[in-house]
Design a protein around this ligand. Sequence first.
Ligand code: ANZ
Ligand code: ZN
Length: 860
Amino acid sequence: MESRYNPAAIEDKWQQHWAEQGVDQTPEATDKPKFYALSMFPYPSGNLHMGHVRNYTITDVIARVRRMQGYRVLHPMGWDAFGLPAENAAIDRGVHPAKWTYQNVAQMRAQLQRLGLSYDWQREVTTCSPDYYRWTQWIFLEFLKAGLAYQKEAAVNWDPVDQTVLANEQVDSEGRSWRSGAMVERRLLKQWFFKITAYADQLLKDLEQLDGWPERVRLMQENWIGKSTGAEVVFTTEAGDELPIFTTRPDTLWGATFMVLSPEHPLVEKLTTAKQAKQVKAYQAEAASKSEIDRTAEDREKTGVWTGSYAINPVNDERIPIWIADYVLMGYGTGAIMAVPAHDQRDFEFAKKFNLPIKVVVQPPDQTIDADTMIEAYPHDGVMVHSGPLDGVPAGKGAGQSVEAAVQWLEQHGKGTGTANYRLRDWLISRQRYWGCPIPVVHCPSCGIVPVPDDQLPVCLPEDVEFSGRGPSPLAKLESWINVPCPSCGEPARRETDTMDTFICSSWYYLRYPDACNEQQVFDPAKTNDWMPVDQYVGGIEHAILHLLYSRFFTKVLRDRGLLNFDEPFKRLLTQGMVQAAAYKNPKTGKYFAPSQLDLSNPTDPETGEPLEVVFEKMSKSKYNGIDPEQVLAKYGADTARMFILFKAPPEKDLEWDDADVEGQFRFLNRVWRLVTEFAERNAVQRAGQKSGQGQLSKAEKDLRYAIHYAIQQVSEDLEGDYQFNTAVSELMKLNNALSDATCKDSPIYAEGIETLLRLLAPFAPHLAEELWHSLEREGSVHQQAWPQADPSALVVDEIALVIQIMGKTRGTIQVPAQADKQMLEQYARESELAQKYIAGKDIKKVIVVPGKLVNFVVE
Ligand code: ANZ
Ligand code: ZN
């Protein structure tokens, strides 16, 4: 063994050894309690960044600790491998997306392996591989069978030059295509949807079960689902058509002075009078070109057109005009509203602009408002007025208040019903892209949509396609692939050419790991139900909404299809903070500069000479503050990188990269190395671990034993609950110090201390701990040892009876810890009830302390 700590010499060796021995494989036997530790799998961009390193290190420590604690652990890794970057690489560089992706996977897998992450690589899943996406397609067909997948016309972003649909992120703030620069149009195209709205209520309600999730994430999900309670009320047009509206304020029905329909509302055409037709048409065309965000922006000037028709308010038979305006969206509620300008700000602005009447139906408690003089809507509580049966009722959403009373009245009179509406929309899952999972259906002129039969799955992506960069996805152009006989009637039919949103592939990957190699089934429910739910999920906050919501949705659907027996996939969630580093920025111009071109003792803008400020920001190429994990590994090794990341900040907080602290951790590992190698050389064959505590221990041994068991207790506590790895590392450093300062280096207690240090360190610095463990000539891998248990007897502090004297006269004794020093003894004595009886309020002249014996107070 080397005398100097040389990570390069040991890390690779142990990684190979562990792989050969299958140390990280998932146990098959089910006799132990299970623990499923999962990191969000990465997109294989080709390069591992520090954010990945942090994410995976955190999960790895958790997995390693659980193994040592006697759990059977599932700790897998895979690749979220479909997606646009691969297709762009193909367009830009002419590499096939598959080739580009698999090269990146190989590169990143090697990088992960160099970090010493304890994955069971036999369960690796790659979403772009046909043996995985075959089951993504199978799941799609399950959704189709359940009526949860459907096709519908939807307004999408259309690039008229490239002739393709664009995602919202591919349209810049001016509404231009990122690629062609053309103004993007809104077009109605047939798209596939998943009916996530059918599960809105469950997705909301079951958030209650997730007490192991950060409150912030639960709240983000709740807001995304966006439940509004209120009522649906049926208005009638003068021509006799029913015109239902959704309102959260049915109590204000008596204050409705006009109605507004979305320009896309199906009744618009029928309601529009000949005189208004031209204006209405023009307005509809204009609205169609606007995005939803534009249409609903609060500060926007209201626009709209009267249809020429009227509706009847069902509560008072009043005749009110029907308008159209773009602030009413077709996709929410019923696409029609009653406008109550006195109590809704948007309606107020609209009424003012078009000179429509305003009627106050809620009066505030402390003043009287008047329709003619009010300058904004009054949306608050008060008391109902001019509202027939509701007059005098307190206005509000609480029990016995106006909203509840209104719903009751509407239901009694058959004019409306209490309902809830959700902001959540059905999930648009189709993409006009090549590098995604093909949607496994065939369109037949006579049979309609026909699912591809099970035994013909997977529908494989054709390989011989051309990526020209222009026009529709290469799939849509490949006639040889598109034209197939209908699986049902055998007549000529056409394949669906859309592929699935990659979020679908990542909505179920965690269900596959428990049975990753199954070729007969998506997974064996017995295996997946055994391992699920995930006990600890770790990933970035950027996935707080969509990925987690979709995964929860998939879980519930597959549960209802009889495949799963639990409601929620992820029991505990940890969202790790960002990894930041110093960046040099000119505060005036906002420009960043690479540190290599600066004098760091006095950084100035090389172009203007202005002083630069140092800011900590998320590592990124554009800010020249990225730190390449490869370089850190090459210089210090994986163990130091891991230790630094764990030590520098609690996992959910942002972490600031600091070279000095990396050095610090490297030095700490060197100290451990020297401590253990010295011990190993002195006691080459001495067996550690004989349980001590019975015989007579010296003071030095007792103190060391206390330090050892205190460290066990603290590290174990830090690893439970909130995973305070940073304080756990501090405890390890303290234990290391206690050992190097110990004066009983030949005692079995010292040997116990060395061994304990290695066990506690093993999850954090797995290679170093393993190498040193073997230097002690111990059996097996340190990673297969039991996690140490704190012995309460070692933590008991001996007590002595301390004599309390006042002016030399003994007044009694108090119990104090034997180890207490002079200062502490005085404090114990002063604060004791016994001494207080005599010294309270008196002037103490002198305190005489005889350690281990007495404290004497000399008072005035
Ligand atoms: C009358 C009213 C009176 C309203 C009042 C509010 C206050 P949330 O809370 O977001 O669910 N609304 C309903 N459907 C709409 C649509 N498709 N597009 C735009 N707005 C729509 O908002 C519900 C309220 O937003 C509903 O209650 C309705 O206006 C409007 F003093 O009805 B309200
Ligand atoms: Zn057919």
